[in-house]
Design a protein around this ligand. Structure first.
Ligand SMILES: NC(=O)c1ccc[n+]([C@@H]2O[C@H](COP(=O)([O-])OP(=O)(O)OC[C@H]3O[C@@H](n4cnc5c(N)ncnc54)[C@H](O)[C@@H]3O)[C@@H](O)[C@H]2O)c1
Ligand SMILES: [Fe+2]
Length: 382
């Protein structure tokens, strides 16, 4: 067996009412003056207030400047507020965008250079202020991973700061935080979580530990995403989605994600398509290409998605996994076709060039793609 490491947030607190533990955790981490990192929508729907109430009148500030698919300058802005307010800890309340900004600030606040210099793996020089992550979507798993994904405005690409120093200190995953998520965000973030689990399961770096988490996550998400989508107040489905997304985060945070994410990045970076949607647009086409490289793994995925494949050959079962994902994306109203997102067809060749350079993710993929093959996948998904 190959050597593999497994790292996640230092502590996970999960289940309805988990946010009641927030104050204890703030004290345990010796945070005296936290900065809450969130956005205006989450303030409006009352999610932020619920958390403020748990802080027992501790001194804190709220920075509500988070935007979806955050650009690098937002980390710089939040870092200025963090430094000026002499804050000593970060509480992220939001989806991947808020959590990634808070992790970015933790890595950047003590760094003497430009934030772009931190893009890449293991460049953050030391552990910064502690981060408590409270996800309000069930999708990214950012509450347990060592990655902060930011849009590099100049390069028009999404890039990652990858460092164990930015692993959150505590992840508080409470399903009630996700109840106000709009349908479209429930669908997009839920499919993102499913893609994390599928890509972790077929990754060349998968281990028995990440396999168990990935298959468990696929089962939970496939069963509960349609339920949470059809009835946003179904707390049990929300709870299972939160757990599924957390498990998928633990799986991909160690096994990595692969070609779906690599091909999705140019769509997010250049055309600002929501991360989960860009993944969903490409998923069935990339699965189609990947399936012959590890057909028995795709059989397992089909089973975890709820397909009865006992009477099928491996390749037939693998086909079922692709069909099943197509059906699920359709059931949760994910639009089909990149063409519907104002992406001009003549952008495909350069998108393929850009995607082919995302070696950090492509190296995890079970099949090696040439630029020409990537271009074919974009054209099929167009
Ligand atoms: N760091 C990682 O490990 C990792 C992994 C996957 C994706 N990401 C990144 O995360 C980002 C996407 O995050 P996301 O999918 O969680 O969405 P998001 O954080 O961008 O939020 C999307 C929208 O939903 C709203 N929203 C979120 N929760 C809500 C709630 N409970 N009630 C009402 N509105 C709510 C937000 O205000 C926002 O407008 C992308 O930038 C992506 O690249 C990071
Ligand atoms: Fe993702």
């Amino acid at each position: 067996m190959n050597v593999s490491t497994f790292k996640i947030a230092n502590k996970l607190i999960t289940g309805e009412g988990a946010t009641d533990q927030l104050f204890n955790e703030v004290q345990r981490l010796n945070i005296k003056n936290p900065l809450i990192v969130t956005d205006k929508i989450l303030k409006e729907v009352g999610v932020v207030e619920k958390i403020e109430d748990k802080l027992n009148c501790l001194t804190f500030d709220v920075w509500d400047g988070v935007k979806p698919e955050p650009e690098v300058h937002l980390v710089e802005e939040c870092t200025s507020v963090f430094r000026e307010g002499k804050h000593d800890g970060l509480i992220a309340i939001g989806g991947g965008s808020a959590i990634d900004i808070a992790k970015g600030v933790s890595g950047f606040a003590g760094f003497d250079g430009k934030i772009e210099e931190l893009f890449g793996t293991d460049i953050v020089p030391e552990k910064g202020a502690p981060v408590i992550a409270i996800p309000t979507t069930a999708g990214t798993g950012s509450e347990v991973t060592n990655i902060s994904i930011l849009s590099d405005t100049e390069a028009q690409l999404k890039k990652g700061i990858v460092s164990d120093y930015i692993l959150p200190d505590v992840a508080i995953v409470a399903p009630e935080m996700t109840l106000t998520m709009p349908r479209s965000v429930t669908a997009a973030s839920g499919i993102d979580a499913l893609v994390h689990a599928i890509e972790a399961y077929i990754s060349v770096n998968a281990s028995p530990i990440t396999d168990a988490l990935a298959l468990g996550a696929i089962k939970l998400i496939a069963t509960n995403l349609p339920k949470a989508f059809s009835n946003p107040n179904n707390v049990k489905a929300r709870e299972n989605m939160a757990t599924g997304s957390l498990m998928a985060g633990m799986a991909f945070g160690n096994a990595g994600v692969a070609a779906v994410h690599a091909l999705a990045y140019p769509l997010g970076g250049r055309f600002h398509i929501a991360h989960g949607v860009s993944n969903a647009l490409l998923l069935p086409y990339v699965m189609e290409w990947n399936k012959i490289s590890c057909v028995e793994r795709f059989r397992d995925i089909a089973e975890a998605l709820g397909e009865n494949v006992s009477h099928l050959s491996d390749i037939e079962a693998a086909d079922r996994s692709v069909e099943s994902m197509r059906r699920l994306c359709e059931a949760v109203n994910i639009p089909k076709g990149i063409r519907h997102f104002n992406v001009p067809e003549d952008a495909i060749a350069s998108m393929a060039e850009d995607a082919s350079k995302i070696e950090r993710l492509l190296k995890n993929n079970p099949r090696i793609f040439t630029v020409e093959e990537i271009e074919k996948i974009y054209r099929a998904a167009y």
